[in-house]
Ligand binder design. Structure first.
Ligand SMILES: [Mg+2]
Length: 290
């Protein structure tokens, strides 16, 4: 359970410090951005429904948006939620377009990696669950592939606890098996091949923007090359890009493998969502180990 908690806590920390780097040395609370708000909304539905119910997830995203809890969402997510408001049908709400290969699914997907681990989901069901979640906002295969790569890495970390390179190689094999011969898979391969390079050079080569191919390259590179989460975050902040989202996803990969290793308690205790994460994780576990 500690590594599951750490998956979400470091997601929130990477998100918060990626968006507000000055809070690292401050004493103020560290707020979440959209990445963590949506991640916890998805986790909440899994806890409440005891299954992935995309209609309920879409309703929760929309109500958080309308209540102002969910702010500054990406363009594709915003358009999709407006569409959902009209149709009330999650299956038709996702936006299909070439430019919709954003990181808006990958940034909220870690609960499904945890879910697949706890439920021991077969691969086909795992993949279809990720796809359904993705389609709420992004009807785009690259966005779905990127989300799957993240969820599968979280799942493997929790289930197998393998050396990082081994995990990433297994992510690649599974992507190949599922027919994901696309730029997202190439980005994971590139991250593996650039592991020895100087950190800033490698991140600049991979990119660290909101395009899912760049996000995935950056996240997997950071996961593979960085032993210390905060040093990895510093490197990311030096290079720039979509630092809250890349930081958040890096956090979920790091936390699912290492737990809270080397993370000062005063950072975790300043996370605004700390209690919420602890409560939701404990409820989730109580379903499986009553
Ligand atoms: Mg954000």
């Amino acid at each position: 359970m500690e590594k599951v908690k750490a998956t979400f806590l470091l997601h929130a920390l990477g998100d918060g410090l990626g968006e507000y780097p000055h809070l690292r040395e401050d004493k103020k609370p560290i707020p979440p951005t959209d990445d963590t708000v949506m991640t916890l909304a998805l986790l909440e539905v899994l806890v409440e429904e005891r299954k992935h119910n995309p209609q309920r997830v879409a309703q929760k995203y929309l109500s958080y948006l309308r209540e102002g809890i969910l702010k500054k969402v990406g363009y594709t997510t915003l358009e999709a939620l407006k569409k959902f408001e009209k149709t009330q049908n999650w299956f038709y709400s996702g936006i299909a377009c070439k430019r919709c290969a954003g990181n808006g699914v990958a940034m909220r997907i870690s609960p499904l990696g945890v879910w697949a681990y706890l439920r021991n989901l077969p691969l086909e069901e795992f993949f279809e669950t990720v796809r359904a979640e993705g389609y709420i906002t992004h009807r785009n295969e690259l966005a779905i592939s990127g989300a799957f790569a993240v969820a599968y890495a979280v799942y493997l970390n929790l289930k197998e606890n393998l050396p990082k390179e081994e995990t990433v190689k297994r992510v690649l094999l599974t992507m190949e098996h599922l027919g994901m011969e696309n730029p997202v898979k190439e980005a994971v391969e590139n991250a593996l091949n650039l592991k020895g390079l100087d950190g800033k050079d490698a991140l600049r080569r991979l990119g660290s923007g909101g395009y899912i191919v760049e996000t995935i390259g950056a996240v997997f590179y950071l996961f593979l090359s960085q032993e210390d989460f905060l040093e990895g975050l510093d490197l990311l902040l030096e290079v720039g890009g979509d630092t809250d989202t890349v930081g958040a996803i890096f956090g979920s990969l790091y936390g699912s493998l290492h737990g809270l290793k080397n993370i000062p308690e005063n950072l975790i205790s300043r996370l605004e969502v700390k209690e919420k994460i602890e409560q939701l994780t404990e409820k989730l576990f109580s379903h499986f180990h009553p």
